[in-house]
Design a binder for this molecule. Structure first.
Ligand code: SAM
Length: 226
Protein backbone atom coordinates (compact mmCIF):
# COMPACT_ATOMS: atom_id res chain seq x y z
CA UNK A 1 0.00 0.00 0.00
CA UNK A 2 1.25 3.52 -0.81
CA UNK A 3 2.34 5.65 2.16
CA UNK A 4 -0.06 8.55 2.75
CA UNK A 5 1.33 11.87 1.56
CA UNK A 6 0.45 15.48 2.33
CA UNK A 7 1.85 16.76 -0.97
CA UNK A 8 -0.98 18.26 -3.02
CA UNK A 9 -1.57 16.87 -6.51
CA UNK A 10 -0.25 19.98 -8.26
CA UNK A 11 -0.94 18.63 -11.75
CA UNK A 12 -4.60 18.10 -10.93
CA UNK A 13 -4.82 21.52 -9.26
CA UNK A 14 -3.20 23.14 -12.31
CA UNK A 15 -5.62 21.44 -14.71
CA UNK A 16 -8.57 22.54 -12.56
CA UNK A 17 -7.24 26.12 -12.48
CA UNK A 18 -7.06 26.21 -16.29
CA UNK A 19 -10.49 24.64 -16.69
CA UNK A 20 -12.39 26.58 -14.04
CA UNK A 21 -10.63 29.92 -13.50
CA UNK A 22 -9.37 30.55 -17.06
CA UNK A 23 -11.27 28.64 -19.80
CA UNK A 24 -14.36 28.73 -17.55
CA UNK A 25 -14.24 32.52 -17.73
CA UNK A 26 -13.17 34.35 -20.89
CA UNK A 27 -9.66 33.09 -21.61
CA UNK A 28 -9.75 31.66 -25.13
CA UNK A 29 -6.13 32.08 -26.32
CA UNK A 30 -5.06 28.44 -26.58
CA UNK A 31 -1.35 29.30 -26.30
CA UNK A 32 -1.99 31.03 -22.95
CA UNK A 33 -4.12 28.12 -21.70
CA UNK A 34 -1.46 25.59 -22.77
CA UNK A 35 1.41 27.53 -21.18
CA UNK A 36 -0.43 27.99 -17.89
CA UNK A 37 -1.40 24.32 -17.99
CA UNK A 38 2.29 23.36 -18.21
CA UNK A 39 4.07 25.84 -15.92
CA UNK A 40 4.41 24.68 -12.27
CA UNK A 41 3.14 27.76 -10.42
CA UNK A 42 3.97 26.11 -7.06
CA UNK A 43 7.66 26.73 -7.84
CA UNK A 44 7.07 30.50 -7.81
CA UNK A 45 5.52 30.88 -4.35
CA UNK A 46 7.14 30.58 -0.91
CA UNK A 47 6.97 27.06 0.56
CA UNK A 48 4.36 28.08 3.14
CA UNK A 49 1.93 29.00 0.34
CA UNK A 50 2.60 26.16 -2.09
CA UNK A 51 -0.65 24.38 -1.22
CA UNK A 52 -2.50 27.53 -2.36
CA UNK A 53 -0.47 28.06 -5.54
CA UNK A 54 -3.51 27.42 -7.76
CA UNK A 55 -6.03 29.37 -5.67
CA UNK A 56 -8.11 32.07 -7.35
CA UNK A 57 -6.36 35.04 -5.71
CA UNK A 58 -2.93 36.70 -5.34
CA UNK A 59 -0.40 35.34 -2.80
CA UNK A 60 2.45 36.99 -0.84
CA UNK A 61 5.94 36.43 -2.26
CA UNK A 62 7.93 38.38 0.37
CA UNK A 63 9.17 41.99 0.48
CA UNK A 64 5.54 43.10 0.76
CA UNK A 65 4.88 42.01 -2.85
CA UNK A 66 2.48 39.53 -4.44
CA UNK A 67 2.21 37.01 -7.26
CA UNK A 68 -0.91 38.04 -9.20
CA UNK A 69 -4.13 36.01 -9.37
CA UNK A 70 -3.84 33.40 -12.19
CA UNK A 71 -6.85 34.84 -14.02
CA UNK A 72 -5.44 38.37 -14.21
CA UNK A 73 -2.10 37.01 -15.49
CA UNK A 74 -3.95 35.06 -18.20
CA UNK A 75 -6.12 38.03 -19.11
CA UNK A 76 -3.13 40.37 -19.50
CA UNK A 77 -1.26 37.78 -21.57
CA UNK A 78 -4.30 37.26 -23.77
CA UNK A 79 -4.54 41.01 -24.41
CA UNK A 80 -0.90 41.00 -25.59
CA UNK A 81 -1.86 38.47 -28.34
CA UNK A 82 1.62 36.94 -28.47
CA UNK A 83 2.47 34.67 -31.39
CA UNK A 84 6.03 33.67 -30.49
CA UNK A 85 8.02 36.22 -32.49
CA UNK A 86 7.87 39.21 -30.14
CA UNK A 87 10.40 40.98 -27.95
CA UNK A 88 8.49 41.73 -24.75
CA UNK A 89 9.21 44.15 -21.92
CA UNK A 90 7.84 43.26 -18.48
CA UNK A 91 7.87 45.73 -15.57
CA UNK A 92 7.62 44.02 -12.17
CA UNK A 93 9.33 40.62 -12.40
CA UNK A 94 8.09 39.70 -8.90
CA UNK A 95 8.21 35.92 -8.47
CA UNK A 96 9.11 35.41 -12.14
CA UNK A 97 5.86 33.46 -12.83
CA UNK A 98 4.56 35.76 -15.55
CA UNK A 99 8.13 36.16 -16.83
CA UNK A 100 8.31 32.38 -17.34
CA UNK A 101 4.99 32.41 -19.22
CA UNK A 102 6.26 35.25 -21.42
CA UNK A 103 9.38 33.16 -22.18
CA UNK A 104 7.07 30.35 -23.34
CA UNK A 105 4.89 32.65 -25.45
CA UNK A 106 7.34 35.13 -27.03
CA UNK A 107 10.81 35.15 -28.58
CA UNK A 108 12.66 37.33 -26.07
CA UNK A 109 11.79 38.80 -22.69
CA UNK A 110 13.33 41.77 -20.88
CA UNK A 111 12.02 41.99 -17.31
CA UNK A 112 12.69 44.77 -14.79
CA UNK A 113 12.26 44.50 -11.01
CA UNK A 114 13.20 47.15 -8.43
CA UNK A 115 13.79 44.68 -5.55
CA UNK A 116 17.08 42.87 -6.02
CA UNK A 117 16.25 39.80 -3.88
CA UNK A 118 13.06 39.13 -5.86
CA UNK A 119 14.92 39.43 -9.14
CA UNK A 120 17.63 37.03 -7.91
CA UNK A 121 15.04 34.44 -6.81
CA UNK A 122 13.22 34.77 -10.12
CA UNK A 123 16.51 34.25 -11.98
CA UNK A 124 17.09 30.97 -10.12
CA UNK A 125 13.57 29.71 -10.85
CA UNK A 126 13.79 30.58 -14.55
CA UNK A 127 17.21 28.91 -14.88
CA UNK A 128 15.95 25.79 -13.07
CA UNK A 129 13.17 25.52 -15.66
CA UNK A 130 15.66 25.92 -18.52
CA UNK A 131 14.15 29.22 -19.69
CA UNK A 132 16.99 31.19 -21.25
CA UNK A 133 15.32 33.70 -23.61
CA UNK A 134 15.15 36.27 -20.84
CA UNK A 135 17.22 39.15 -19.53
CA UNK A 136 16.47 40.34 -15.99
CA UNK A 137 17.28 43.89 -14.94
CA UNK A 138 17.23 45.37 -11.42
CA UNK A 139 16.05 48.96 -11.65
CA UNK A 140 13.19 51.37 -12.14
CA UNK A 141 10.80 49.97 -14.71
CA UNK A 142 9.22 53.41 -15.21
CA UNK A 143 12.17 54.07 -17.52
CA UNK A 144 11.81 50.79 -19.42
CA UNK A 145 14.91 49.44 -21.13
CA UNK A 146 15.49 51.69 -24.17
CA UNK A 147 18.67 49.81 -25.10
CA UNK A 148 16.53 46.81 -26.25
CA UNK A 149 13.57 48.78 -27.67
CA UNK A 150 11.33 48.70 -29.64
CA UNK A 151 9.04 46.12 -28.00
CA UNK A 152 6.15 44.43 -29.73
CA UNK A 153 4.51 44.00 -26.30
CA UNK A 154 4.87 45.66 -22.89
CA UNK A 155 3.25 44.47 -19.68
CA UNK A 156 3.34 46.26 -16.33
CA UNK A 157 2.25 44.47 -13.16
CA UNK A 158 2.34 47.33 -10.65
CA UNK A 159 -0.08 50.26 -10.62
CA UNK A 160 1.34 53.50 -12.05
CA UNK A 161 0.10 56.97 -11.09
CA UNK A 162 -0.20 57.68 -14.84
CA UNK A 163 1.03 56.27 -18.16
CA UNK A 164 4.85 56.24 -18.18
CA UNK A 165 6.03 58.25 -21.21
CA UNK A 166 9.31 56.30 -21.54
CA UNK A 167 7.37 53.03 -21.94
CA UNK A 168 5.03 54.53 -24.55
CA UNK A 169 8.09 55.66 -26.52
CA UNK A 170 9.49 52.10 -26.48
CA UNK A 171 6.35 50.48 -27.92
CA UNK A 172 6.77 49.36 -31.53
CA UNK A 173 4.26 50.18 -34.27
CA UNK A 174 1.56 47.50 -33.99
CA UNK A 175 2.76 46.86 -30.41
CA UNK A 176 0.38 46.18 -27.50
CA UNK A 177 0.72 47.28 -23.88
CA UNK A 178 -1.26 46.48 -20.73
CA UNK A 179 -0.80 48.53 -17.57
CA UNK A 180 -2.75 49.18 -14.37
CA UNK A 181 -3.09 52.91 -13.76
CA UNK A 182 -4.44 54.62 -10.65
CA UNK A 183 -7.59 56.64 -11.27
CA UNK A 184 -6.88 60.38 -11.22
CA UNK A 185 -10.00 61.24 -9.17
CA UNK A 186 -9.39 58.45 -6.64
CA UNK A 187 -5.86 57.07 -6.27
CA UNK A 188 -7.28 54.07 -4.35
CA UNK A 189 -8.92 52.84 -7.54
CA UNK A 190 -7.09 51.37 -10.49
CA UNK A 191 -8.03 50.57 -14.08
CA UNK A 192 -6.29 48.14 -16.41
CA UNK A 193 -5.46 50.06 -19.60
CA UNK A 194 -4.81 48.48 -23.00
CA UNK A 195 -2.81 50.49 -25.53
CA UNK A 196 -1.92 49.80 -29.13
CA UNK A 197 0.45 51.82 -31.27
CA UNK A 198 -0.94 52.20 -34.79
CA UNK A 199 0.51 54.11 -37.73
CA UNK A 200 -1.71 57.02 -36.67
CA UNK A 201 -0.63 57.05 -33.01
CA UNK A 202 -1.61 55.45 -29.72
CA UNK A 203 -5.08 54.01 -29.09
CA UNK A 204 -6.04 53.43 -25.45
CA UNK A 205 -8.92 51.49 -23.95
CA UNK A 206 -9.96 50.99 -20.32
CA UNK A 207 -10.51 47.26 -19.71
CA UNK A 208 -11.60 46.74 -16.10
CA UNK A 209 -10.98 47.68 -12.48
CA UNK A 210 -7.98 45.94 -10.88
CA UNK A 211 -5.97 45.89 -7.64
CA UNK A 212 -2.17 45.82 -7.98
CA UNK A 213 0.69 46.81 -5.67
CA UNK A 214 1.94 50.34 -6.50
CA UNK A 215 4.62 51.05 -9.06
CA UNK A 216 7.29 52.77 -6.97
CA UNK A 217 9.41 55.17 -8.96
CA UNK A 218 11.52 58.21 -8.09
CA UNK A 219 11.70 58.90 -11.79
CA UNK A 220 7.91 59.10 -12.09
CA UNK A 221 7.88 61.88 -9.50
CA UNK A 222 10.76 63.67 -11.25
CA UNK A 223 9.00 63.43 -14.64
CA UNK A 224 5.88 65.01 -13.15
CA UNK A 225 7.75 68.03 -11.85
CA UNK A 226 9.31 68.72 -15.29
N1 SAM B 1 3.97 39.42 -12.33
C1 SAM B 1 4.59 39.13 -11.06
C2 SAM B 1 4.55 37.65 -10.76
O1 SAM B 1 4.13 36.88 -11.63
O2 SAM B 1 4.98 37.29 -9.67
C3 SAM B 1 3.92 39.89 -9.96
C4 SAM B 1 4.48 41.24 -9.82
S1 SAM B 1 4.01 42.10 -8.37
C5 SAM B 1 2.27 42.24 -8.50
C6 SAM B 1 4.62 43.72 -8.83
C7 SAM B 1 6.10 43.85 -8.81
O3 SAM B 1 6.44 45.13 -9.33
C8 SAM B 1 6.72 43.78 -7.41
O4 SAM B 1 7.66 42.75 -7.36
C9 SAM B 1 7.36 45.16 -7.23
O5 SAM B 1 8.56 45.13 -6.49
C10 SAM B 1 7.61 45.58 -8.67
N2 SAM B 1 7.76 47.02 -8.88
C11 SAM B 1 7.13 48.06 -8.28
N3 SAM B 1 7.57 49.23 -8.77
C12 SAM B 1 8.52 48.93 -9.71
C13 SAM B 1 9.35 49.71 -10.56
N4 SAM B 1 9.32 51.06 -10.58
N5 SAM B 1 10.20 49.06 -11.39
C14 SAM B 1 10.27 47.70 -11.40
N6 SAM B 1 9.51 46.92 -10.61
C15 SAM B 1 8.64 47.52 -9.78
Amino acid sequence: MDAPTDTPDFEALRAAMVREQLAGRDITDQRVLDAMGRLPRERFVPEAYQAYAYADHPLPIGEGQTISQPYIVAYMLQMLALRGTERVLEVGTGSGYQTALLCMLAAQVISIERIETLSAQAAERLAALGLTNVHLIVGDGWLGAPQYAPYQAITVSAAAARLPKPLLAQLDEGGRMVIPVRERHNQEEQALIYLRRTRCGLRAKKLCGVRFVPLISDQAAADQSN
